[in-house]
Design a protein around this ligand. Sequence first.
Ligand code: CMX
Length: 432
Amino acid sequence: IKNRFYQKASKCVNEYQRLKNEHGDKVIANVTIEQVMTGMKGVPSLITDTSKLDPTTGIRFRGYTIPELREKLPRLNPDGEPLPEGLFYLMLIGEIPERDDVLNLSKDWATRAYVPQHVFDVIDAIPKNARPMTQFSAAILSMATDSIFQKAYRTGVHKKHYWDTTYEDVMNLIARLPRIAAYIYRRQFFNDHHIEPDPRLDWAGNLAHMMGHESDEIKRLLRLYMVIHADHEGGNVSAHATHLVGSALSNPYYAYAAGMLGLAGPLHGYANQEVINWIFSMLQELDTDNPTEEQIIAYSKRTLAEGRVIPGYGHAVLRQTDPRFTAQQEFAKKYVKDDKLINIVNTLHRVVPPILEETGKVKNPWPNVDAYSGSLLYHYGIKEHSFYTVMFGVSRALGVLASLVMDRLYGLPIERPSSYPLKWYHEQAGDK
Ligand code: CMX
C-alpha cells in the first residue's frame, strides 16, 4: 500500500507544483467581512483530497457518496457493512480497493497494534472520573515518544522524505487506537477488566471485541460507524486542527491529539453525547420514557428559549439532512424493531426542523450525524454515552491522518493566515 500510495500520489505532487508555479496568482475568491465574522465559512483556503462536503448532497469520499461506499467497498460478509480499512485505502490512494487489499491492511494494522506499557500507565494515572476524551488525548500524546517522523527530522532527513516516516507513524497510530479506546472504556465502566486484542479480527471488529461487545450485530454497526465518521473535508475543527498543528511539522501524534481536543467540544464531536444527555434530561423531567410529540415540541422550544442549542441539529456547511444520519436511520430500519430511544430520535427528526426554521436564524434546521449515532449505540448495549466522542475520534483518525500523509508528500507549508484588529475591518468597510 505504501508503494502504491507513493506511485499515485507523486503524480499529484507534480500537479501541485505546476499549479503553484503556473497559476499561483489566479484570484479564486473574494472574502466578505461576514465570512470573517462567521468562522471563515466558504473561504477556500485548504487543500484536502480525501473528501469533499457538498451542502445539499453531503459528504463524498474521493467522489463517492456514503450509499455508493456501502455498495462498493469490500465487506467481510455479503450482507455486512464495508470495512473502514477499505475507506482508509480509498482516501489515501484514491481508488476503491480489492478485497485482498483491505484484508492485507487489516493484517498490517493488527501487526502494528502493540501499545507500549507507558501509555496504559499514563491513562491509569488519570482519575477515573476524568472525561474519556481527556484520557484518550493524553494517551495519544504519550505515544509521541515513539514518533519515527520526529526522530528522522532530528537526524536531519531530507524534507522530500518527510511523508515516509509520517506514513509509518500514521499507520502505527491508527492501528493502536482501538486498543487504547477499549482500554479507557473497560477501565472506566468495567472496573479495569480488560480484554486482549484478537489479531484475527478486523480493526472495527476488534474494537467491539476489546470493549466486550461480541455480537456480530455490534461489529457490523461499528464498521458502519467507523466509515461514516471518518472524514468531513478539511475545514471542520478536528480535521483543521490536525492539519494546522501538523503544518508546523509537529509529529503525527501531536497533530492528531490537537484534532481530538477540538473534537471534544460540544459544537463538534461532543454533540453525540449531548444528544443522549438532552433526551434523557427530557425524559427525566417529563417522568416518562414515552413522551408525546407535543411534549417533545414543548421541550425543544424551551431549550431554545433558554439560549441553548438543540444538539444534533444544524451544520456549518450542510443544508440538508446529513447522509450520515440517513445511513444510520436506514440501518435502524433494517435491523432494529421498535426501540423507544430510536423512536424518539425519529420523532425529533419530524418536529425539530420546523422549530429551528421558525427562529429565522438557523441556516440548517436538519439533523447531523450526531442526532442518530448515540441511540443506535445505546440500543446495541453501548450505553456509556460519555464514551461516544472517543468512538467518533477513533474513526476520525482515518481521514485526518490520511490527509496528514498527503500534506507531507505535497510539502504543504506552515499555515499562517492574517489577523487584524476589529478596527481594521471597520476601516475596510469605510465605517469610521
Ligand atoms: N439549535 C439552536 N440554535 C442553533 C442550532 C441548533 N441546533 N444550530 C444553529 N443555531 C444558531 C446558532 O447558535 C447561531 O445563533 P446566534 O446567531 O445567536 O449565534 C445561529 O443559529 C446561526 O448559526 P448557523 O450559521 O446556522 O450555524 P453555525 O455554522 O454557526 O454552527 C453548528 C453550526 C453545528 C455548530 C450549530 O448548528 C450547532 O450548534 N448545532 C448543535 C450542536 C451540534 O449538533 N454539533 C454537531 C455538528 C456536527 C459535528 O461536527 O459533529
